[in-house]
Ligand binder design. Structure first.
Ligand SMILES: Cc1cc2nc3c(=O)[nH]c(=O)nc-3n(C[C@H](O)[C@H](O)[C@H](O)COP(=O)(O)OP(=O)(O)OC[C@H]3O[C@@H](n4cnc5c(N)ncnc54)[C@H](O)[C@@H]3O)c2cc1C
Ligand code: SF4
Length: 509
């Protein structure tokens, strides 16, 4: 056996056998290498559920390969370099295949360090086949439009297309997908929100949990891990979404309900980002549900847009803009990340519940990420790099390729408008309309000034004032600048003084 295939921890795809067969490789003439790096596990305060998920999924994946006849050299090493070196010393492969990593850091390792670790073995880097889009698909514009990119992906994949046209005559049903929470949910009756299926840990996962309990640098709850860790369970988990949550996914995509972190979302990012689920099979299943009358088009189109639109768009932007993307800070935001992002000790109900959900399971859905956690940080002038570090550590589905463009671009506008055409800045009005948080908050969403005024309000107007010139030049953000300029000077002064107070009290206490 002269060939080694090094499969990375976020490349647990069911298609490896087919990819290798194309190259004449199989269990008879190639062996698989997988490495757990102790240093990587301690590189940042990773969420404990993330560590459990990745390690357990890797170990189950190795077991599955063995059951299919592959020889797997599964190494627990100090770091990747030591793991590769030890493998090469033991097996002396003539060639080592590795698939292009999804993240910049991984790709740098493959290009800069790996060749020297292989001795005389030839390195073959396979193209990354887990994504559909490439940076070229973004076109030439500095700020490519998601909608243009998405239509291109619809044409390329053929999802929801008939005779070259979008089914239903429209590309995008987003306008129908902004329903606020139902009255019953506001009143605390959430019986019609389906529970998420759970997968109790098996022996492999239980052993991993015991190991993760000893990783002193980790953050987040150890208890309560219930995600699938095998492909078979991941498929069952997804089928439950199609059957029970997809029909209302679209209408309530943006709603936030206290005590209901998942609502009608798919919660598949932890699995698809590892390779356990595949974009095309997910989109095909959703489209089938629509064709068979089990889900409305507005939900199915919205779901497919997230996967072949947003997810691929973000990946293409990452590879076009790295490494400068990580350090961008066009709004010059310098405040440290408030402590409550780690300990949830805040009286702001929306932020407290969001952080508690992240602590408990490493998950909130998109709108808490964007309109609560990022929005607050952006309005308050928190360093986008500090926020990026937090998102990378705290979420169970976090990888640099997806976090960095979402935080630096969509979440904080620190890229000056590459990912989105405007900052997602909002006052308490938005959170009050789209969530049930404000009902049980010590602050009042309708007040701008005073001890009980919602901090989002003064911080919002202060943000508009700080960046008025930039925002006035953008037709999509000129309106609040005009409103600010029409306010009496004394009101603006009071709002800005109140914002200063919030920064003092909430961010730098
Ligand atoms: C500040 C910020 C940080 C984020 N961090 C992450 C992260 O660490 N990991 C991650 O996978 N996604 C991240 N996202 C994108 C998105 O919020 C999550 O993919 C989504 O909430 C995952 O939950 P879900 O599977 O229930 O998604 P659903 O709402 O059910 O959507 C289905 C799928 O669409 C994809 N998707 C939707 N929006 C995006 C997007 N903007 N970027 C990439 N994929 C998208 C995801 O794969 C998701 O699983 C972030 C977004 C923001 C604004
Ligand atoms: S009042 Fe303000 S701080 Fe409280 S939940 Fe609403 S938006 Fe959040």
């Amino acid at each position: 056996m002269h060939t080694t295939v090094w499969i990375l921890g976020d490349q647990l795809s069911p298609r490896w056998a087919a990819w290798l067969r194309e190259r004449g490789l199989g269990p008879h003439n190639a062996r698989v290498l997988m490495i757990e790096s102790a240093q990587r596990l301690r590189a940042r305060p990773w969420h404990r559920h993330k560590l459990i998920l990745v390690l357990s999924a890797m170990r189950h994946f190795a077991e599955q390969l063995r059951a299919e006849g592959w020889t797997v050299d599964y190494r627990v090493a100090l770091n990747f370099a030591q793991g590769v070196r030890a493998h090469v010393q033991t097996y002396s492969p003539q060639r080592v295949l590795v698939m292009q990593p999804s993240t910049w850091q991984g790709a740098q390792f493959v290009v800069q360090r790996l060749p020297a670790l292989l001795g005389s073995a030839e390195l073959i880097v396979l193209p990354n086949r887990m994504f559909l889009a490439r940076p070229e698909d973004l076109g030439r514009a500095r700020s490519p439009l998601l909608e243009t990119f998405y239509r291109q992906m619809r044409r390329r994949t053929g999802f929801l297309m008939e005779n070259g046209q979008p089914v239903g005559g429209q590309w995008n049903y987003d306008a129908l997908n902004r329903q606020p929470p139902r009255k019953a949910w506001r009143e605390g009756d959430t019986r019609d929100i389906p529970p998420l299926p759970t997968f109790p840990p098996d022996a492999i996962t239980r052993a991993v949990i015991a190991e993760v309990a000893r990783i002193e640098t980790a953050w987040g709850a150890l208890e309560g891990f219930a995600l699938p860790v095998t492909r078979a369970d991941a498929l069952r988990f997804f089928e439950d979404f199609i059957a029970h949550r997809l029909p209302l996914f679209g209408p309530y995509e943006d709603a936030m309900v206290s005590g209901q972190p998942f609502l009608f979302h798919a919660v598949i990012s932890p699995l698809i980002n590892l390779g356990l689920l595949e974009r095309d099979e997910l989109c095909a299943a959703a489209e089938r549900a629509w064709r068979e009358g089990r889900a409305p088009l507005q939900s199915v189109e919205g779901f497919i847009r997230q996967l072949i639109g947003w997810r691929e768009f973000i990946y293409a932007i990452y590879w076009r803009e790295m490494p400068r993307l990580r350090t961008m800070n066009v709004l010059g935001a310098q405040h440290p990340l408030p402590r409550f992002y780690w300990d949830a000790q805040t009286e702001m109900a929306c932020l407290r519940e969001s952080v508690q959900s992240v602590w408990t399971r490493g998950y909130t859905h998109h709108i808490q990420r964007l309109m609560v956690l990022s929005n607050f940080a952006m309005l308050a002038g928190v360093s986008p790099q500090a926020l990026n570090e937090w998102f990378l550590s705290a979420y169970v589905d976090a990888y640099d390729w997806v976090v960095t463009p979402n935080v630096i671009g969509m979440g904080t506008f620190a890229d000056g408008g590459i990912v989105g055409t405007k900052p997602y800045a909002a006052s308490a009005n938005y959170i009050n309309k789209m969530s049930t948080y404000c009902m049980r908050c010590r602050y009042r969403p309708d007040k701008r000034l005073g001890d009980d005024a919602c901090p989002f309000n003064a911080l919002y107007w202060d943000f508009i004032a700080r960046h008025a010139d930039r925002l006035a030049a953008n037709p999509r953000t000129a309106m609040p600048v005009r409103a600010l300029r029409q306010m009496p000077e004394g009101d603006v002064r009071a709002l800005r003084a109140q914002a200063e107070r919030w920064v003092r009290e909430l961010i730098q206490p």
